[in-house]
Design a protein around this ligand. Structure first.
Ligand code: NDP
Length: 486
């Protein structure tokens, strides 16, 4: 097509070089805002993973022996390069994922840089314990890197979640074989370029592209990969645990969510409405932390609803590259269809559609893209499927409640336990409810505010283990206790 940009041809990054998949197979990469193929990515298999593991094993002795400060400086250099390439990465992320470029520019890419900077400097503060028994012995703990570890990440926050795993793994002295989602490979590919430029030694980080069942599964099954850090769906997590568990691999599983957003009558209504619109629809509702069940205390139900719907009506759906767009495309046609099936389910379960519900076909270049209106339902029972299953799209439900106990019962009434948000001015209630809600992350009067030092992860089917700060460095190391008799 005259004037069309060249197709993006992605390669694997193994042993410091960009290489084609051994079997020579490729998959199409689709721009979800156009609904068109715009590039190709390797359809890697177990042979490519085996090569990546060999490269990582060869690099490991020197990488683990490198003083932590020097390793950290290399990671900080990668952070600097991400910042210097912010616009290029944001454009690539937006095109690959369908998210508004403004979001990629202000959240995804800066946070990816922060991940490298945080763990690059954090490793210098990582200390281990010693236990002194008066007159008897001293025990001290050494934390060894594990060796070669696997990092597998999803498509919703591609570079942000990819680096969230890779940075602590590398900082702790491991070598990594990583696979981004096949649906959003572009920024992971560019990260390989930046690592090369930063002077990361060959083989320390290997990025292999391909599908979950083929390339991902080969990582999980590889006998010499010591640990798997996985973020993705609960079903996939279950499958990975079943494979890796009997191999005694260390596992960190960050899985799905169906997060409650509890709005009490004494809250700052304006702030609650404003932030709830964000927590419902940011990234088209495709953030594991989105609050898709909004529970509202009855006295302010109507007022909240009206203000919420007014703001939702102002969300511009359209071309992700336009500066004014607030809602981009969903990540794929299959995902759009899945979310649409949940809209049909909500209607069949008796939900009243208050806003949205339809596919959007913007005029111009994005006419074939996977756009959906932000969708709001009310009138659904708290225990219906729409209110229990993860939709992972721009669909939320509003439900009134009468008592704190009722709100808590409904908030806790799903198999998930990732995050919760509480809106109230009553400090006692805020803490009381926070302590009783089954969620690994609780926000009070805010949402998505992150401090990278805090433990991050889910309860119940939302995951096993915690990432973030020292938790991540502990996960990626093996403690060894050494006892010296006095
Ligand atoms: P998936 O579980 O489908 O995929 C996640 C990653 O696992 C992808 O890279 C995928 O590859 C890969 N994969 C799939 N099958 C296997 C397998 N058998 N072995 C190894 N790897 C495999 O999740 P999505 O990408 O659809 O992401 C959405 C999900 O992620 C939602 O449930 C969301 O809640 C969750 N999530 C959780 C977060 C958290 O922190 N708790 C944060 C963000 C998202 P490929 O895509 O190439 O097939």
């Amino acid at each position: 097509m005259p004037g069309a940009p060249p197709m993006l041809q992605i390669q694997n990054y193994i042993n410091g070089e960009f290489v084609p998949p051994v079997a020579g197979r490729y998959l199409d990469n689709i721009d979800p805002a156009l609904g068109q193929v715009y590039g190709q990515i390797p359809d890697s298999d177990a042979t490519d993973i085996a090569r990546a593991v060999e490269a990582a094993e060869a690099a490991f002795p020197a990488w683990r022996a490198m003083p932590a400060e020097k390793r950290g400086r290399l990671l900080v250099r990668v952070a600097d390069l991400i910042e210097r390439n912010l616009e290029r990465l944001a454009q690539a992320e937006s095109r690959d994922n369908g998210k508004p470029v403004t979001l990629a520019r202000t959240v995804d890419i800066p946070r990816a840089a922060s991940n490298f900077a945080f763990f690059g400097t954090g490793i210098g503060h990582f200390a281990s314990e010693s236990h002194f028994q008066e007159g008897v012995a001293v025990n001290y703990t050494v934390r060894h890197p594990l060796g070669v570890v696997g990092c597998i990440s999803p498509w919703n926050l591609p570079l942000y979640l990819f680096t969230w795993k890779i940075a602590p793994a590398l900082a702790a002295g491991n070598c990594v074989v990583a696979k981004p989602s096949e649906i959003t490979p572009a920024t992971a590919y560019l990260l390989g370029e930046l690592c090369q430029e930063a002077g990361l030694p060959a083989g320390v980080l290997n990025i292999v592209h391909g599908t979950g069942p083929r390339a991902g599964q080969a990582i999980v099954e590889h006998p010499r990969i010591k640990a798997i850090s996985f973020t993705g769906g609960t079903k996939t997590g279950e499958h990975i645990a079943r494979t890796a568990g009997p191999m005694f691999k260390k596992l960190s599983l960050e899985l799905g969510g169906k997060n409650p957003n509890l709005v009490f009558a004494d809250c700052d209504l304006d702030a609650a409405v404003r932030t709830s619109v964000q927590s419902s629809f940011a990234n088209q509702g495709q953030i594991c932390l989105c609050g898709s069940r909004i529970l509202i205390e009855r006295p302010i139900y109507e007022q909240f609803k009206q203000a919420f719907l007014e703001r939702v009506a102002g969300l511009t759906v359209g071309d992700p590259l336009a500066e004014t767009t607030r809602q981009g495309a969903l990540v794929s046609e299959a995902h759009l269809e899945k979310v649409q099936s949940y809209i049909a389910l909500a209607q069949s379960e008796g939900g009243r559609l208050l806003a949205g519900g339809r596919r959007v076909q913007p005029e111009g270049r994005c006419a074939g893209g996977y756009f959906l209106e932000p969708t709001v339902f009310e009138g659904l029972a708290p225990d219906c499927r729409t209110n229990r299953e993860e939709i992972f799209g721009p669909v939320v439900t509003l439900t009134p409640f009468d008592t704190e106990a009722e709100a808590l019962q409904w908030a806790n009434g799903t198999d998930y336990g990732l995050s919760a948000t509480i809106w109230t001015r009553d400090l006692d209630r805020a803490h009381r409810v926070a302590h009783q809600v089954h969620a690994g992350v609780v926000w009070i009067n805010t949402w998505l505010l992150r401090d990278l030092r805090t433990p991050f992860g889910g309860m119940k089917n939302s995951g096993v283990g915690r990432e973030g700060g020292l938790e991540a460095l502990r996960f990626f190391t093996e403690p060894q206790n050494i006892c010296v008799k006095l």
